[in-house]
Design a protein around this ligand. Structure first.
Ligand code: RIB
Ligand code: CA
Length: 304
């Protein structure tokens, strides 16, 4: 049994990551923390609550976090996931999230559990994690691993030519988290660009005959038109089966400065790694996509 926390910005691919985790008995979800990203945090927080309730996991607390990135006055949202963040699909009533700021709850959970006993999954701008590290220096190193969807290494960005959305939305936080010295596994566009959904796979969710199946089909049909990639399911799938992925150690730095390359990830691989650029992450570069899609479909097939 792995104990996990998922920090996310639902967002449809975040919602699929939450459903994958909820449908996997080997994962114990301690909490879901949410942040401004795809949509404002008021929206992502309610969506996180709605998805966990849809999955029958009302006992899992959902906390709202940062409303804006470090260093910028406004959240950098997008409309890839629709105005409501879930493709306009009705996934249940607007539920209340739990009291307390996500950054504080992350600190409390990491301090109240033995060191290196929690897997911290992050599928959104890293503002909550950076705030937690600022409030309690060293706290991210208490996680067993940080499993982060973000960045684009040997691959073009998806929000600017230089940057992937999560790192672009809060580049200061991304640099702070990568520099925190935690045991980091990164899922950049280099690997998530191969996590490609097919129309037949999306349609198969309608055949499940369940509320979660129909909701997943509806959300994915809306999402696939603009971005047919299962970015956020990748770090959760890695926790379930590491053999799905291939990766390599690297030294990563993020351009945190305002400007045309804000959010760009610089990666040192192989012989480029040296004392001045020590490896600070294991970056995934390939995935067995058919097996990934089957893992996601099977887990969601176990939900109500
Ligand atoms: O670039 C992809 C990432 O940005 C995913 O996490 C998606 O949900 C958006 O947040
Ligand atoms: Ca996300």
């Amino acid at each position: 049994m792995k104990q996990i926390i998922i920090d996310c910005d639902p967002g449809i691919d975040d919602a699929l990551a939450l459903l994958l985790a909820a449908g996997s008995p080997s994962l114990r979800i301690l909490a879901v923390t949410t942040v401004a990203g795809n949509r404002p945090v008021a929206t992502t927080a309610v969506n996180g609550r709605k998805i966990m309730d849809l999955a029958g996991r009302r006992e899992v607390p959902v906390y709202a976090g940062a409303a804006r990135p470090l260093g910028y006055a406004e959240a950098r949202c997008n409309l890839v996931h629709g105005e409501d963040g879930l493709g306009g699909v009705d996934v249940g009533d607007a539920a209340l999230v739990q009291e307390g700021h996500a950054a504080n709850r992350l600190i409390e959970l990491l301090l109240s559990h033995p060191p290196h006993s929690i897997e911290l999954v992050a599928t959104a701008p890293l503002t909550n994690l950076a705030l937690a590290e600022s409030l309690s220096p060293g706290i991210l190193r208490r996680a067993r691993r940080l499993l982060v969807m973000g960045g684009a290494l040997r691959f073009p960005g998806n929000i600017t030519p230089a940057a992937e959305f999560n790192f672009y939305a809060d580049p200061v936080a991304a640099e702070m988290v990568l520099a925190a010295g935690a045991n980091t596994v990164l899922f950049p566009l280099d690997v998530t660009s191969s996590a490609i959904m097919t129309p037949a796979w999306i349609e198969s969710f309608n055949q499940l005959g369940s509320v979660c199946g129909r909701a997943a089909a509806g959300m994915l049909q809306a999402y696939a038109e603009l971005d047919p990639l299962l970015h956020d399911a990748c770090p959760v799938a890695y926790l379930l089966d590491e053999t799905l992925f291939t990766g390599e150690p690297c030294h990563l730095e993020v351009d945190w400065r305002p400007g045309v390359t804000a959010g760009h990830t610089l990666a040192w691989f192989g012989e480029q790694i040296d004392d001045a650029h020590a490896a600070n992450a294991l970056a995934m570069t390939a995935v067995r996509n058919d097996a990934l899609l089957e893992l996601v479909r099977s887990a969601i097939g176990s939900l109500p």
